[in-house]
Design a protein around this ligand. Sequence first.
Ligand code: SAM
Length: 249
Amino acid sequence: ESTLYVVATPIGNLGDMTPRAIEVLQQVDVIAAEDTRHSKKLMNHFGITTPMVPCHDHNERQQTVSLLARLAKGEAVALVSDAGTPLISDPGYFLVREVREAGYRVVPVLGACALIAALSVSGLATDRFYFEGFLPAKSSGRRKKLEALSELTATWAVYESTHRILDSLADFNQVLGADRYIVLARELTKTFETVLAGTVAEVEAILQEDSNQCRGEFVVLVEGCKEEKASDIDSQTARLLQRLIEELP
Ligand code: SAM
């Protein structure tokens, strides 16, 4: 049927695997997986015996050629990542683009996504939001990026790992200020699921006092800066322009 199915898998709770995902993964001719060993466990759990091939950041281009050849023969292909929705901070965009441009159908099979799950329980404005993926690993690069993000008026989000959460929060404090309101969503759908909301200083203090709160996987959501603050920058610019105009002959 020459179709690429982009299939979401759970982010920690097997109960979030959808019946449609199971059916599609059973019926396709091949599953392209970010990490075949990792996905094998999921497939075993659901009794899915479809052959798997690896498709990750380092082989996506070669793998695309061979998957296109399969589609050309009329085969169906599924793409999965280690967890959640493929392409969301996960490999696959090159494959998806090439498959569509070759004229084949690309079909989403919906399911878990940590970003959307976190937003849905955040209590932050979600009419507009911006997703930055992972921040730079080094503090200097991270601060630079945070400076740019600090002026967004929409809610924004980053993914963060257990290794860097405290260092990142220290940079949040430095760049965004201790009082910016954030929501930290940890281990969503898993046993130790925790959602902490408060100022950067409050959330940082909770993590500093309890190392258990630093464990696991995180989505950090940040309230956008107030519109007045954003327009403050505009009024600064306006004042500068006014002064420049005054200097004109
Ligand atoms: N494609 C995935 C999705 O749809 O969410 C994201 C993949 S990305 C490589 C992995 C990151 O997602 C983790 O480092 C963490 O920031 C976030 N993440 C994944 N599962 C999570 C969970 N159960 N709770 C909180 N964050 C999670």
